[in-house]
Design a protein around this ligand. Structure first.
Ligand code: 6PG
Length: 255
């Protein structure tokens, strides 16, 4: 399935469109299967979208009681540290959302990184076994991209890119350069829907490479799910260098 490209005018439009897609996917999954399992990335791009999730019409539209929230990756810092992905999510929407703690599955920190990865992988195993699935299959993954082409905490040239067995690994790198825990390609590529968010002119060059370079070298280019719906939700600044044929392709959609 070809990726779909949605280009919004600005960052706030991207946030609104992203919140709308989240709501749409949550309602579709809840109607179909009675639950919705999503995993969030960190970084700054998704924060405006996340804040909208607890504002109308999203706050009353999202079926919070049937939602389970996981994280794609996490920095090994305390949840109240400004660099914590879960801490940012709590500030931006979780603390204001009518979601019960048993439906929140933050990546464990405060332990050895390897142990944290093992614990999270076990949590995934136990959680998805409830749905008779022996493999984690997220209904929605929200991913970002770094200017170096990383996604999640899968950084260029890192051994984690070659992981084919483990679902969760620990790495060190990124900005901040700290120990992190991240989902691996085997799990990411099994999601039903993946939404990449990219905003700002500083992402234009890497987005052009990801979308137009046929030789997938960058970590974000190796997100190649067998049958998932992949949506690139980008603003006009991030899309500034994309070729006209990409923008006007059947999968390209100006907002
Ligand atoms: C992390 C994120 C990371 C992020 C990108 C983009 O924990 O650092 O998961 O993969 O999505 O680095 O970050 P920005 O949105 O801040 O550009």
């Amino acid at each position: 399935m070809d990726p779909r490209i949605i280009i919004t005018e600005g960052a706030q439009d991207l946030a609104t469109k992203g919140a709308g897609l989240f709501l749409q996917k949550a309602l579709q999954c809840n109607d179909r299967q009675g639950h919705f399992v999503a995993a969030f990335s960190g970084g700054s791009t998704p924060r405006a979208m996340n804040r909208l999730l607890v504002q109308e019409p999203f706050l009353s539209g999202i079926p919070w009681k049937n939602i389970h929230l996981f994280w794609v990756d996490e920095r090994m810092v305390p949840y109240d540290d400004p660099d914590s992905n879960y801490g940012a999510a709590r500030t931006d929407f979780i603390d204001a959302a009518p979601i019960s703690p048993d439906k929140l599955h933050p990546i464990p920190v405060g332990t050895r990184p390897e142990k944290g990865a093992e614990l999270y992988e076990e949590e995934l195993r136990l959680f998805f076994r409830r749905f008779k699935s022996d493999y984690p299959s997220f209904d929605l993954l929200l991913l970002g991209i770094g200017e170096d082409g990383h996604t999640a905490s899968l950084f260029p040239d890192h051994p984690a890119l070659g992981e084919t067995r483990r679902w969760v690994v620990q790495v060190k790198g990124g900005v901040p350069d700290v120990h992190r825990i991240t989902l691996t390609y085997p799990v990411i590529n099994r999601a039903a829907t993946i939404i990449f968010l990219a905003s700002g002119r500083q992402k234009a060059s890497v987005l052009k490479t990801i979308m137009e370079d046929p030789n997938p070298q960058l970590p974000a280019q190796r997100i190649r799910p067998e049958s998932a719906e992949v949506i690139w939700l980008v603003d006009r600044d991030a899309a500034a260098l994309l070729s006209e044929e990409i923008i006007t392709s059947p999968s390209g959609q100006e907002i």
